[in-house]
Design a protein around this ligand. Structure first.
Ligand code: RB5
Length: 152
């Protein structure tokens, strides 16, 4: 599995540590973030990873900023991206099983490295369950496309 990873200036070390961790497990990891602690606006990295996911350059994306929120919001503005921002493994796992998230974001100022690894592991090891969940994801996509109509 190929993973795209991106970060702002607050998350350089976390990004490097997660990248190394994933590579040690055999994942191919593309770096779309900054390697410098100079100020780097999080939407740049979020958008880069998201575009790599929708282009099919990578299978999944991971985005890290101070809270995970800004970079996740930016990623979710890219058509076709479903990015979950979370700081615990349960939501990460369920977001794949039920929402088929294709990106994960978290905060370098929120979670420590070991918790971040656990979140990443749960998310990467989970599988989308399909079925009724697909219908709901299709509804989200139609909101994105502007074709959504509420079924009453
Ligand atoms: C940068 O100071 C900070 O705003 C950013 O890393 C992130 O937390 C935004 O959501």
């Amino acid at each position: 599995m190929r993973i795209g990873i991106g970060n702002d200036h607050t998350a350089v070390q976390m990004k490097l540590d997660i990248k190394e961790y994933l590579e040690s497990k055999g994942y191919e990891v593309n770096n779309y973030g900054t390697d410098s602690t100079d100020r780097f606006d999080y939407p740049i990295a979020g958008e880069r990873v998201a575009q790599a996911v929708v282009r099919g350059e990578v299978d999944r994306g991971i985005a890290i900023c101070g809270t995970g929120v800004g970079i996740g919001l930016a990623a979710n503005k890219v058509h076709g991206i479903r990015c979950v921002t979370c700081s615990e493994p349960y939501s990460a796992k369920l977001s794949k099983q039920h929402n088929n998230t294709n990106m994960l974001s978290f905060g370098s100022r929120v979670v420590g490295l070991e918790l971040a690894k656990m979140i990443v592991d749960e998310w990467l090891n989970a599988e989308f369950e399909g079925g009724r969940h697909q219908r709901r994801i299709d509804m989200i996509a139609s909101i994105e496309d502007g074709t959504y109509k509420e079924n009453k």
